[in-house]
Design a protein around this ligand. Structure first.
Ligand code: HEC
Length: 161
């Protein structure tokens, strides 16, 4: 290698290290690893609701508390923070809809779209809606959560208004 080339490669190396370092620092700066998602539900709601969540295989398509079936690859919105985007009444109506896509259109193949849970007993739909509505996101991560949801639902890039 010529001296000039060495110099150029050296410079590229330094720039790379600086760029990677800066992006890591910026990410950390966001909130030093603080988790933005939390639930306001008491145990008496969260426990039985999460049992339903497992029973009805929601985790085959959605992720919640970082839990998702690794074998599945359905691009459904994550449910962390959903209670900051949707009201309990909306969630109950959505879970009760014979055709959820009349409320929220899908962009996916039939086997991936949100199934109807209209046939579940009413108390289960109410409990699930109550729990989902309790899944909040802290203000500093709300925009990110909206962006992720929008991009999952539409497949388009999000441009805040
Ligand atoms: C077969 C995959 C699949 C399963 C199983 C599934 N969902 Fe979904 N869900 C989706 C998809 C995909 C969407 C986005 C709308 C669409 O494409 O139909 C969605 C949308 C939603 C939304 C609206 C999200 C938003 O951004 O407003 C909620 C809430 C939800 N699902 C809850 C659940 C719950 C609770 C369960 C279990 C009882 C469940 N889902 C089971 C695929 C699934």
């Amino acid at each position: 290698m010529k001296r000039g080339e060495k110099y150029v490669w050296g410079l590229i190396g330094v720039l790379l290290v600086v760029a990677i370092g800066r992006s890591l620092l910026q990410k950390q700066d966001v909130r030093r690893g603080e988790i933005p998602f939390y639930s306001t539900a008491p145990d008496a709601v969260a426990r039985p609701a999460f049992d339903l969540y497992k029973k009805y295989h929601c985790k085959e398509c959605h992720s919640l508390w970082t839990i998702k079936d690794m074998l599945q690859n359905v691009p459904a919105p994550m449910l962390d923070g959903i209670g900051s985007l949707r009201s309990e009444a909306w969630l109950y109506e959505y879970l009760s809809a014979p055709v959820p896509q009349e409320i929220l259109p899908t962009r996916l193949k039939a086997e991936y779209k949100m199934p109807s849970f209209a046939n579940l007993p009413e108390n289960e739909r109410r409990l699930m809606a109550q729990y989902l509505a309790s899944l909040k996101v802290k203000d500093w991560y709300l925009e990110e959560t909206k962006k992720a949801e929008y991009e999952k639902l539409t497949g388009l890039e999000y441009h805040p208004k």
